[in-house]
Design a protein around this ligand. Sequence first.
Ligand code: ZN
Length: 158
Amino acid sequence: MPISLKAKHLYQIRTHAEATYPNECCGLLLGRIEATAKTVVDAIATENSWNQAEAAAFAEATGQRQRQASQGSNFSIAPREMLAVQKQARAANLDIVGIYHSHPDHPAKPSEFDRAIAWPVYSYLIVAVPQGQATEILSWTLDDEHQFQEEAIAILET
Ligand SMILES: [Zn+2]
């Protein structure tokens, strides 16, 4: 099942990604999941709350060097912000259908970190930002083995 977005959502995500470069940006996608369609209605930019304490904890847990777990290569949405958006979504009769984030100077493919923290219900949109210029956007969902599979993106008119 592809994820449907409007061109303006993709533009919004690219603009956000370029604004936070060389750090990662992140945001939430609100929309509807129906039997045959997953449709994004709104893209909401959120703060990247990834911080050094978390980075250190993650580095220790995974044996990675802390240098690799800096804000430039990871993202985290604060639970409080997530809840606020969830509330906003419910009020509009929508659900959180996905999460987007950027990969500064890296391809639009999920990292091992992305996989480790991913939830099965969401689509994960990743935008590549080589040298500050947002380019490719790909969408990923987890399969039953908790591995990412690419998901088609359908761009809706208007
Ligand atoms: Zn990532």
